[in-house]
Design a protein around this ligand. Structure first.
Ligand SMILES: *Cc1c(COP(=O)(O)O)cnc(C)c1O
Length: 393
């Protein structure tokens, strides 16, 4: 059980409003904010290089903490600026030839889909969409039928941006590996709210972000790459951090870093990285199981109450649900719902068709209201949402 009093005391932003947007950009705990600000102050005093050197141990700990959370080793991780950056860093490094295939699911995040289309266009490869079951998960039978030795990569979204679905991963990995295809997991909406263990899941790579469920700073993200791949893949772009020149008087080639750091560039926001480390340590201190239980309780409460409001349709799919609660209100546009909630200091977002085009189009939806309670929310926060939605219609 989480100490609600303590986690709320650690979250100054949670008072005086019902903040229900941890799937968008969450409220950081004080330790994260203070870590970032303190480092910026130190940079102003002694310059960025000395300031970073002073925090060398804490900087190394960022990957140690993330590795602990993900069941990986620190060397399997690359720290990047966003989930999309990490996803693309891996995706653009997967060799692709004419006639080969990339499979994506119906809930593919638009940024990933755009990258897939771009590379398919450049290489004459093909992007195919694996259908969903009526319940909403990726259809494993359809996937099995679509997989053959031409498939290079299956891109799977663990938890989509537009609803409470959690996709099966292990089963997808087993099917994909059966034909030698790689699995890249977009775990942007799952890491930080549910347990995610790369070894259990068996994925080849995984991307995530700092600012959502992890409650870290903006501009932080990470990429996990399975060790064998991290040692052998050639990133699409390199700098003197991911590789070293090997020649003496002339350019004699370069040697890649031996681990996932080959996917990193040298420069970064050191303050942001330290803040990410503080966020992950904070989460590890609470325990992901307790966090997941707390998120599930709040999201299930929201779904049950919203579903009982006449004119409200809860839009979440799937047998296993996450902390993302999506709904529509008959006769009121999602954006208008968001605005009227904002006027009562209730923060939610709208997820539009352009973020998850195939899924939304198939379901005939232009947009949904997205409420994403985290463990620092009270059930009263959720009740405020429900009452305010009830007052709209
Ligand atoms: C938010 C989101 C992303 C993109 O994350 P960034 O950190 O903004 O790059 C990718 N996939 C899903 C499912 C998301 O919800």
């Amino acid at each position: 059980m989480l100490d609600q009093h303590r986690v709320r005391a650690d979250t100054p932003g949670c008072f005086g409003q019902a903040f229900l947007d941890s799937a968008g950009s969450s409220l950081p705990p004080t330790v994260v904010t203070e870590t970032v600000i303190a480092h910026l102050r130190r940079e102003a005093e002694v310059g960025g290089y000395r300031a970073a050197a002073e925090r060398a141990d804490d900087l190394a700990d960022v990957k140690v903490a993330l590795a602990e959370l993900l069941g990986a080793r620190p060397g399997d991780l690359a720290l990047v600026e966003s989930a999309s950056r990490g996803w693309a860093d891996f995706f653009y490094a997967v060799p692709l030839a004419a006639g080969e295939k990339i499979l994506v699911s119906e809930v593919e995040y638009a940024s990933n889909a755009i990258a897939a289309l771009q590379r398919a266009g450049a290489t004459d490869a093909v992007v195919e969409v694996v259908p969903s079951t009526p319940a909403g998960e990726i259809d494993l039978d359809a996937l099995a039928r679509m997989l053959d030795e031409r498939v290079r990569l299956v891109s799977l979204v663990h938890a989509p941006t537009n609803g409470g679905l959690l996709n099966p991963v292990r089963e997808v990995v087993e099917l994909a590996h059966g034909v030698g295809a790689l699995v890249l997991l977009d775990a942007c909406q799952s890491v930080g709210q549910v347990p995610v263990d790369v070894t259990t899941l068996g994925v080849d790579a995984l991307s995530g972000t700092g600012r959502k469920w992890l409650r870290g700073p903006r501009g932080t993200g990470f990429l996990y790459v399975r060790p064998e791949l991290a040692r052998t893949m050639e990133p699409a772009a390199l700098d003197l951090h991911g590789a070293q020149l090997s020649g003496q008087k002339q350019l004699g080639g370069y040697r890649l870093a031996e681990d996932a750091s080959r996917f990193e560039f040298w420069e970064c926001s050191v303050a942001g990285r330290l803040g990410l480390g503080a966020a992950v340590r904070y989460l590890l201190g609470l325990g992901i199981e307790a966090v997941a239980a707390s998120v599930a309780e709040r999201a299930e409460f929201a779904r049950a109450c919203l579903a009982a409001v006449p004119g409200v349709t809860v839009r979440d799919l799937g047998a296993t649900r996450t902390g993302i609660v999506s709904f529509t209100v008959t006769g009121t546009e999602p954006a208008a719902v968001r605005e009227s909630l904002a006027a009562k200091d209730i923060t939610v977002t709208v997820s539009g068709r352009s973020s998850t085009q195939v899924d939304m189009s198939r379901r005939g939806l232009d947009a949904v209201v997205r409420a994403s309670p985290h463990y620092f929310n009270t059930l009263e926060d959720v009740q405020r949402l429900v009452d305010a939605v009830d007052a709209i219609r």
